[in-house]
Design a binder for this molecule. Structure first.
Ligand SMILES: Nc1nc2c(ncn2[C@@H]2O[C@@H]3COP(=O)(O)O[C@H]4[C@@H](O)[C@H](n5cnc6c(=O)[nH]c(N)nc65)O[C@@H]4COP(=O)(O)O[C@H]3[C@H]2O)c(=O)[nH]1
Length: 698
């Protein structure tokens, strides 16, 4: 298929055809003109001869005005079937007509006198032949009128024939040019096709066939040489890139090996000391968010040195490997077994609910050593001494926990090996203190040892105090200040929390009313414990307290934790909906540490999310905490909830939160929890008293 307008073939054919047609047309027109002229001249000459012949014959009868003879003479002449003839005397009078009916022989005076003897008209040729006496006197005129239709039809036939010949010639020229162009442009087209194939497939091994020694042949040759060079270059490049990939893979493997070596023990393939410390750190972080415990177990094989000394290091190594296998079988996949070096191992037990869980695992570990180890040539009996410590009871950082576990392990060795010891001093003390606090908490409420403090909350956008979180304090006459983090769980366990919770709610509402009287329309957030939240009549109890102090419910916010919601979802929804109907605000405390899923959040009628302090602690510094904080803000926004960040301690944290759409903040950077008196002073210093509100309230 020829692409007209773009291909060389088409162009070539067009040029050949145009030139041929042009030349033929010129030739044809020339020939037609020539034919026209010669045919016309012949016709005129013929007619003139006839006219002169008639003039000679008609001279005598014309002098005698013998019409009959003249007529006969005129009829005897043969020209063509469509001719007329007439004889006039010397004065222009008609003497005779060839055909009586052919009266179209009027000759004007001008024509008569016209010396011109031939007139070539549109339809006919007119010829005059004068008749002269012997003495030369003019005797009259013979007039011939010949139709030139036949002449024109010959010319037309000639032209038609010429055009037909030209058309046939052009057709043959077209066929020849097709053949010709195939010879000339065929190789070019093929060349173009091959170059396209090369560029499309990237296959530079394709070659153009031999086209001879002409210009196209030399072009094809150059093209092949070019392809050859590219092919060579490409092969070199491919080889280089292959080598590069290989080196990259080797490098990656080396980096991985290095990473592995930096983090794993080459003998047992267990995490080494560095990774072990990292894992403990991570476990502590998680546990502090989930309020669960972590146990760190320090293990040391008893008399391992004797095995090494008596049976050799190779057997010692085998024993260490077998020990690591046995220990791995005793722990869960989420726990970690690490080798610190020599015969020292560490086990990290994550997410424990109480110490009982640890005891059962440690006992399993110690008893598992009762079975002898079957090594290649020996059966070896060995035992293990284990020291156990717990987070958060025995330490809150990696260092103190490792020291505590190590100390406990030495104690296990002291008491005779093949046993485990808890870092007991602390545990015992803790249990004794718990018992004491549980007893004294009952009195604390009656003795008025409990008090409330208020930690202001700031709206970042308006830079305005919007309220405060109400926090409980216990000042023990002998033990001093006791943290709510310590005594609230005890109050929960003993059921005292209901009484304490009611006391807090009553006092908080009273303070809201007092603040209003002073002109401060501030909102107080009260923590609800799990036990309080499970009370079916909680909304009614709160309603009656609000009524008692005649305060609008919107000035009270209750803070609950995620775990309270999931315990009994339908009851939680019921209570929250009733609180919501009363227009009490509901916030989720310590958000991010629990079940934080969008689907369950949607089900509860909430107003705000409080990002847990542990995320804010390392905001900006720790990429994970930063990402979680941003995710919580965006999740809250998508659920149209307000976000408050607690535990903001630095300007950088506040700035970051402000920049990232957090609504409110609470933390030491802004203010520590304040006594009621200090809180009112704080309000006075941060905002002028709204007296107008005070007046209308009364
Ligand atoms: N390091 C640091 N800490 C900050 C910062 N800002 C606030 N905090 C502390 O973070 C805790 C926030 O309270 P929470 O998450 O509700 O956590 C509370 C809450 O769960 C519970 N609690 C306190 N008061 C009550 C109460 O009246 N009822 C109940 N059920 N629980 C209470 O005790 C927990 C501990 O309360 P607090 O010891 O008062 O500790 C408070 C507060 O003093 C900061 O910038 N840095």
């Amino acid at each position: 298929m020829i692409a007209w307008g773009t291909s060389i073939r088409a162009k070539l054919i067009t040029i050949i055809l145009a030139m041929t047609a042009g030349a033929l047309m010129i030739g044809m027109v020339g020939m037609t003109i020539n034919y026209y002229q010669t045919t016309q001249q012949a016709l005129v000459a013929d007619t003139e001869t006839q006219a002169q012949l008639l003039a000679n014959n008609a001279l005598v009868p014309a002098s005698l005005s013998d019409e009959a003879t003249l007529k006969r003479i005129l009829q005897s002449s043969v020209l063509n079937d469509r001719f007329g003839a007439a004889v006039f005397d010397n004065t222009g009078n008609l003497l005779a007509l060839r055909d009586e009916n052919d009266t179209d022989f009027y000759i004007s005076e001008a024509e008569f006198k016209n010396s011109k003897s031939v007139i070539w008209g549109d339809e006919r040729l007119m010829v005059w032949a004068p008749m002269h006496q012997e003495d030369g006197e003019f005797a009259g005129t013979v007039y011939l009128k010949v139709s030139n239709r036949a002449f024109f039809s010959r010319i037309r036939a000639f032209a038609f024939m010429s055009i037909s010949i030209v058309a046939v010639i052009i057709f043959f020229v077209y066929l020849i040019s097709l053949k010709l162009q195939r010879m000339i442009s065929g190789p070019l087209v093929e060349l173009e096709g091959i170059s396209r194939e090369v560029s499309g497939s990237g296959n530079y091994s394709i070659r153009v066939p031999y086209y001879g020694e002409d210009e196209i042949g030399s072009l094809a040759n150059s093209f092949n040489q070019m392809l050859e060079k590219i092919e060579v270059n490409q092969k070199e490049r491919d080889a280089a890139s292959e080598a590069l990939q290989l080196n990259k893979k080797r490098l990656e493997r080396a980096v991985k090996d290095l990473q592995y070596l930096a983090n794993y023990d080459s003998l047992t393939q267990l995490p080494n000391r560095a990774l072990c410390m990292d894992r403990i750190k991570y476990a502590l972080k998680r546990a502090s968010r989930t309020n669960l415990m972590v146990a760190v177990l320090f293990l040391d094989l008893d008399h391992f040195k004797d095995v090494n000394d008596s049976l050799g290091h190779a057997v010692g190594d085998q024993l260490l490997k077998a020990t690591s296998q046995r220990l791995l079988e005793k722990i869960r996949s989420e726990d970690t077994l690490a080798r610190l070096g020599g015969d020292e191992f560490v086990i990290i037990l994550n997410e424990l609910h109480d110490t009982e869980d640890v005891i059962s695992i440690v006992e399993k570990i110690v008893t598992s050593f009762e079975t002898p180890f079957q090594l290649s040539n020996y059966e070896v009996n060995t035992t293990v001494s284990v020291g156990v410590c717990m987070f958060p009871h025995d330490g809150v950082d990696v260092d103190s926990l490792m020291k505590a576990a190590d100390a406990a392990m030495y104690k296990a060795k002291e008491v005779g090996r093949n046993t485990y010891e808890f870092y007991e001093a602390e545990l015992n003390q803790l249990a004794i203190r718990r018992h004491q606090l549980a007893n004294e908490l009952r009195q604390a409420v009656k003795n008025g040892e409990l008090s409330l403090v208020f930690q202001p909350q700031l709206n970042i956008v308006e830079n305005k105090v919007i309220g405060a979180e109400v926090l409980l304090r216990w000042h023990h006459p002998i033990l001093g200040n006791i943290s709510p983090a310590e005594f609230i769980p005890i109050a929960e366990n003993t059921g005292l929390i209901k009484e304490i919770g009611n006391w807090v709610m009553d006092n908080a509402c009273q303070k809201i009313a007092e603040c209003r009287r002073l002109g401060y329309e501030i909102r107080l957030a009260v923590n609800l414990s799990a036990l309080q939240f499970r009370q079916i009549n909680l909304p009614e109890m709160i309603a009656s307290t609000l009524q008692k102090y005649r305060i609008p419910p919107k000035l009270l916010e209750v803070e609950i934790t995620e775990s309270m919601l999931v315990r009994d979802v339908s009851q939680a929804i019921d209570i929250l909906e009733r609180l919501k109907e009363m227009q009490i605000r509901i916030a989720i405390d310590d958000f991010g540490t629990g079940y934080s899923s969008l689907s369950y959040l949607r089900r509860f009628p909430l107003d705000a999310l409080k990002i847990d302090r542990t995320f804010i602690d390392e905001l900006i510094v720790d990429v994970d905490d930063t990402a979680i904080t941003l995710a919580i803000i965006s999740m809250a926004k998508s659920l149209r909830l307000e976000v408050i960040a607690e535990g903001v301690e630095t300007a950088e944290q506040q700035e970051f939160l402000a920049k990232n759409n957090c609504d409110d903040i609470q933390g030491y950077y802004f203010s520590r929890p304040l006594t009621y008196k200090d809180f009112v002073q704080f309000l006075a210093s941060s905002k002028p008293i709204d007296n107008s509100y005070n007046r209308t309230a009364r």
